[in-house]
Design a protein around this ligand. Structure first.
Ligand SMILES: Cc1cc2nc3c(=O)[nH]c(=O)nc-3n(C[C@H](O)[C@H](O)[C@H](O)COP(=O)(O)O)c2cc1C
Length: 224
């Protein structure tokens, strides 16, 4: 994703509206593939078993993860490549995929964005929606943008995306939904089955009080 990226342009246009309509300066951390060094996951599963990625000290992921954890709103945006996210986005997601076992981003709001030449938008935004939900993010919007719209005022998409961000910046309450409840039930069940192995995942759920929660709604109340 370079300087001419249409996806980046969409995001910058959204941010410009948000900034213009917001009273105070918002802090934005933007990550684009051309500015980052992110290594491919090696498949060692250390992250799932020990809660740490052995590559984090060798590239930019440690910093990115810390910044995501301290943020309120998370936007995952990717061009559609062969009906899916770009390779760069997939490598990034692989590196945080263990967060999907931890509902690690519970309490955050998210938006999924994809741009394409005309197809693959639903598949790509639905994938981003799913993976973000598994991480505990309340996904409040999915935006599939066809490249021609970017040069043609976006058909209102950019304003809709900006409006959503503004609502949550102004403390719109985060509500649970069917997807998050289902993610929570399935993941909690999986974690409880691993109780005897005392994995980092199990310990995280225990220490964070997640095992005591009976619904994702309770998790949201706890992390507020
Ligand atoms: C390798 C590659 C694969 C692509 N695959 C698709 C595709 O499956 N469907 C589609 O509609 N557009 C496809 N496109 C077009 C891009 O999705 C589209 O131009 C997008 O807006 C590019 O975003 P960017 O400028 O941020 O990279 C592809 C482009 C590339 C470079």
């Amino acid at each position: 994703m370079g300087k001419k990226s249409r996806t980046l342009r969409f995001i910058n246009d959204v941010l410009e509206i948000v900034q213009n309509l917001n009273d105070t300066q918002i802090e934005v951390n933007m990550y684009t593939a051309d500015q980052l060094n992110i290594n491919n996951c090696k498949g060692c599963i250390n992250c799932f078993l020990k809660g740490k990625c052995v590559l984090d000290n060798m590239d930019d992921m440690k910093r990115i993860k810390e910044e995501i954890l301290s943020s309120d709103i998370v936007v995952f945006a990717s061009p559609v490549y062969a009906h899916h996210v770009s390779g760069d986005m997939k490598v990034f997601i692989d590196r945080i995929s263990y967060w999907a076992h931890l509902v690690r981003l519970s309490g955050k709001v998210g938006i999924a964005v994809a741009t394409s030449g005309g197809n693959g938008l639903d598949l790509t935004t639905n994938y981003l929606y799913k993976i973000m939900s598994y991480m505990g993010i309340k996904v409040v919007g999915k935006f599939g943008v066809e490249a021609y719209e970017i040069n043609d005022g976006y058909n209102g998409t950019v304003e809709d995306c900006a409006k959503l961000i503004l609502e949550y910046l102004h403390d719109k309450p985060i509500e649970s939904d069917e997807v998050l409840e289902s993610v929570f039930r399935v993941t909690k069940n999986m974690i409880e089955l691993a109780r005897e192995y005392k994995t980092a995942e199990y310990e995280y759920w225990d220490e964070m009080g997640l095992l005591k929660c009976n619904s994702f709604e309770e998790v949201l109340k706890m992390v507020k």
